[in-house]
Design a protein around this ligand. Structure first.
Ligand code: HAM
Length: 413
């Protein structure tokens, strides 16, 4: 019988990768807390309707990428393809954004999208997601972009491009949409089949189609910035001024639209040339209409998500230190030493020391090899002589010095 493999596009995070994973999560959590954000962990499944209404019916995610099923009561539920919709639902359900104070939240966890797996693209991937509710911006827009940028640079990733754009609001976007649709309708024959379909339901998505022909058409077409209303223009202008003031390097990309339908005004992405075709390590933006669309009050919102697998790829290309080895490796050299060794190990761990041991006795040579492989700093040797004298032999693996300590005095180790 052949052994079973993991599902396509789903990956194990192996022991030698988990140090970097912990580093990413610790850094992200510390930074979010430093910026005044609180952790909220929503469930990984929600009612399908939440994503249909939140992300938009005519998006790749909702049309073809969701893991949707019926539970035993016949309710349609979906493994979350992103975290924003769930966080909006939680904020509304628990009234987390009442009064003058905005709710500033973050979460970590797996997301699920049935995409074609390739380098940097998985079907189960992880995000660090940050959201703010109840602040119209644009200073908070700048703060959230700065938080993302600070995270990446504190992790030592510098070769990054930050791109920003404004998608306008419901009062100015329709005119742009109309103009774009009529411009592209005259060029339908040059568009790819996907974009010909988008022309009818979601023409803005054509702006970030990767097809060369589509790209060259949209390059010469109308741009959103020519259609922004006065307050959207002011919002974007102030955002770019603030980002410039704090010396954050960014580029305005009028074609940046993003793959989710909830965005209004500010959108942004961070790209790295080292990631290949899937170059976006993070993306986000403002979604002022989303809370009311999901049945709540008219609360403005914005946020971003970092793809942790992509961040991991960037970090593992940099030289990162290895996990430090144990303080002690306990070498049990005869069966009678197993009991005393077990007690000593528990006592040392209770003192906060990092200790490793193998629970079967063996020869000194093989045990020293194990200690070396584990990168232990010191070995505690417990053989017949040590048992007779009630003393352990300690060896420092770097200085090769050796000494004895009583077995019943773990505080001296
Ligand atoms: P998104 O651009 O769909 O935005 O995803 C954010 C990041 O998740 C991407 O930049 C990428 O690094 C990572 N990502 C997305 N799909 C995959 C995949 N299939 N495999 C590996 N990594 C992937 C959102 O999800 C929005 N909810 C972000 C947001 C928060 N907007 C406002 N608030």
């Amino acid at each position: 019988m052949s052994t079973l493999a993991a599902i396509r596009g789903f990956k194990d995070i192996l022991p030698d990768q988990s140090r970097l994973w912990r580093l990413m999560e610790d850094k992200a959590r510390d930074l979010a807390l430093r910026f005044g954000y609180a952790e909220l962990s929503p469930p990984i499944m929600e009612k399908t309707e939440l994503f249909q209404r939140g992300i938009g019916e005519v998006t790749d995610i909702v049309e073809k990428e969701m893991y949707t099923m019926e539970d035993r009561s016949g309710e349609k539920i979906t493994l979350r393809p992103e975290a924003t919709a769930g966080l909006v639902r939680a904020v509304l359900e628990h009234n987390l954004c009442e009064g003058a104070r905005p709710a500033k939240l973050f979460c970590f966890g797996p997301m699920f999208r049935y995409e074609r797996p390739q380098k940097g693209r998985l079907r189960q991937f992880h995000q660090f997601d940050v959201e703010v509710f109840g602040d119209v911006g644009p200073y908070i827009d700048a703060e959230i972009i700065l938080l993302l940028h600070t995270l990446l640079s504190e992790l030592g990733i510098n070769d990054l491009q930050v791109v920003v754009n404004s998608l306008g609001c419901p009062s100015c976007r329709p005119a742009f949409r109309e103009k774009l649709t009529s411009f592209l309708s005259e060029r339908q024959s040059s568009l790819c089949p996907d974009c010909r379909r988008r022309l009818e339901h979601n023409p803005l998505r054509i702006l970030d189609c990767k097809n060369e022909q589509c790209r060259s058409e949209v390059m010469i077409g109308p741009k959103m910035d020519q259609f922004l209303c006065l307050s959207c223009k002011d919002h974007f202008q102030l955002l770019t001024t603030v980002l410039t003031q704090v010396n954050l390097n960014f580029r305005i990309d009028p074609l940046l639209v993003r793959g989710l339908d909830y965005y209004t005004r500010t959108t942004f992405e961070v790209h790295s040339g080292q990631l290949g075709a899937q170059s976006a390590v993070a993306g986000g933006g403002r979604y002022d209409g989303l809370c009311s669309k999901l049945g709540g009050a008219d609360i403005p919102g914005l946020g971003f998500a970092v793809g942790l697998e992509r961040l991991f790829m960037l970090l593992s290309q940099a030289d990162s230190p290895k996990e430090s080895g144990p303080d002690y490796y306990v070498a049990v050299l005869c069966p009678e030493a197993l009991g005393p060794a077990f007690e000593l190990v528990q006592n040392l761990r209770a003192r906060g020391l990092k200790v490793e041991a193998d629970w079967e006795s063996g020869g000194l040579k093989s045990r020293l090899k194990r200690a070396d492989k584990a990168s232990a700093q010191r070995v505690i040797m417990l053989g017949p002589d040590e048992m007779a004298g009630g003393q352990a032999t300690i060896r420092d693996l770097s200085t090769k010095q050796q000494w004895n300590l009583p077995l019943d005095q773990p505080q001296r180790y």
